[in-house]
Design a protein around this ligand. Structure first.
Ligand SMILES: NC(=O)c1ccc[n+]([C@@H]2O[C@H](COP(=O)([O-])OP(=O)(O)OC[C@H]3O[C@@H](n4cnc5c(N)ncnc54)[C@H](OP(=O)(O)O)[C@@H]3O)[C@@H](O)[C@H]2O)c1
Length: 339
């Protein structure tokens, strides 16, 4: 990697943006300059990149002069409004929002799963939904080895998946409950402290939530398999960071639990933690702050033929968002797609 690049981080003051800045340094990405962009309300504040304070600028259509990579994580409305300006200025946009994910001319990329798709981008590359990314990393080796007919997934999603306000809400509500005070509800439709909410984003007419629909549609696009069966139940839980998933799969050909364990041991981006006799299995407290997807509790589903259960945990701010975006940027650099 001979060159270095001018990067814009859009949403630099947010939960994902902060991790994005941290990871650019941690991954030793070849950075020439970083522009930190957020709303007008944050202009003049500072964020930290590589032990240096950077002044936050207001995001405008003119923010992208000289920028080669624009990492967007400021919500879908900002992506829709400003990503075209970034592309027009010559940048490649890697977008964390759902604004462009299902557009036919936008690759939806998990580097361990479908890296080649970055090659046909037309300026925008979409990062999938956080819950979908970690499920794809865990399932792709099984999909390649024996085929997968159907996936039934239940998620246990942390509050950091909703951003900084939700992190604050879990903290404040937990304190209020423990002190028997009044609980203020601002972010979710119900209290999240000491509760679980089977509702993430708006409901569709068929009774599924938008998060569930994203997992179904994005899985099919990433695998290039419109016929794969996917059904999801997405649940918000009072965990600060890292999403967990109970995943049941039906494979096309038989596969043993031992063979799946072997596949996980050699899978890129996967760490296997699967020793029930020693109480060892993935948990949010293990995944937090790490880039990998953690897999465990692998066992046969004895109620159906060729069926298996897995437990999949990952840091949603990292692999579910910032890590995946930076890996895409690394692919662009490694494959000379920025020059
Ligand atoms: N959290 C996750 O695990 C996760 C995972 C995958 C994808 N994403 C996606 O990433 C995006 C950000 O999520 P987050 O969790 O980081 O949320 P967040 O903590 O609420 O941060 C939102 C960011 O967007 C900026 N923003 C809001 N309104 C803006 C405006 N009008 N102009 C410019 N910037 C504006 C905010 O700037 P101010 O501070 O100035 O308001 C802040 O930097 C969302 O699209 C989300 O769907 C999140």
């Amino acid at each position: 990697m001979a060159n270095s690049y001018n990067i814009a981080v859009v949403g630099a003051t947010g939960a994902v943006g902060a991790v994005m800045l941290k990871l650019l340094k941690e991954h030793e990405f070849p950075v020439a300059s970083v522009r930190a962009l957020a709303s007008g309300g944050s202009a003049g504040r500072t964020v930290t990149f590589a032990d240096t304070d950077i002044e936050v600028e207001e995001l405008t259509a003119n923010s992208f002069d000289g920028v080669q990579i624009a990492l967007f994580s400021a919500g879908g409305a900002r992506s829709k409004e400003f990503a075209p300006a970034a592309v027009a200025a010559g940048a490649v946009v890697i977008d964390n929002s759902s604004a462009f994910r299902m557009e036919t001319n936008v690759p939806l990329v998990v580097p361990e799963v479908n890296p080649e798709d970055v090659k046909w981008h037309e300026g925008i590359i979409a990062n999938p939904n956080c819950s979908t990314i970690q499920m794809m990393v865990a399932l792709k080796p099984i999909y390649d080895a024996v085929g997968i007919e159907r996936i039934v997934v239940t998620t246990f999603q942390s509050v950091s998946g909703t951003g900084n306000k939700a992190i604050g809400e879990l903290f404040n509500q937990s304190e209020a409950v423990l002190q028997s005070g009044d609980v203020e509800i601002n972010v979710y439709p119900h209290r999240i402290a000491f509760n679980v909410i089977p509702h993430i984003e708006n409901f569709h007419d068929n009774g599924y939530t938008n998060e569930e629909v994203k997992m179904i549609n994005e899985t099919r696009k990433i695998l290039g398999d419109p016929g794969i069966g996917v059904t999801a139940t997405c649940v918000r839980v009072p965990v600060y960071n890292a999403h967990s998933e109970a995943v049941n799969i039906q494979t096309t050909r038989p596969v043993s639990v031992d063979e799946v364990r072997r596949l996980m041991l050699s899978a890129p981006g996967v760490t296997l933690i699967d020793d029930p006799s020693a109480n060892e299995y993935p948990m949010p407290v293990i995944a937090e702050g790490r880039d990998d997807v953690f897999v465990g509790r692998i066992r046969a589903d004895e109620s159906a033929e060729n069926a298996l259960n897995l437990w999949v945990v990952s840091d949603n701010l990292r692999k579910g968002a910032a890590t995946n975006a930076i890996q895409i940027a690394e692919l662009l650099v490694d494959w000379g797609l920025l020059d």
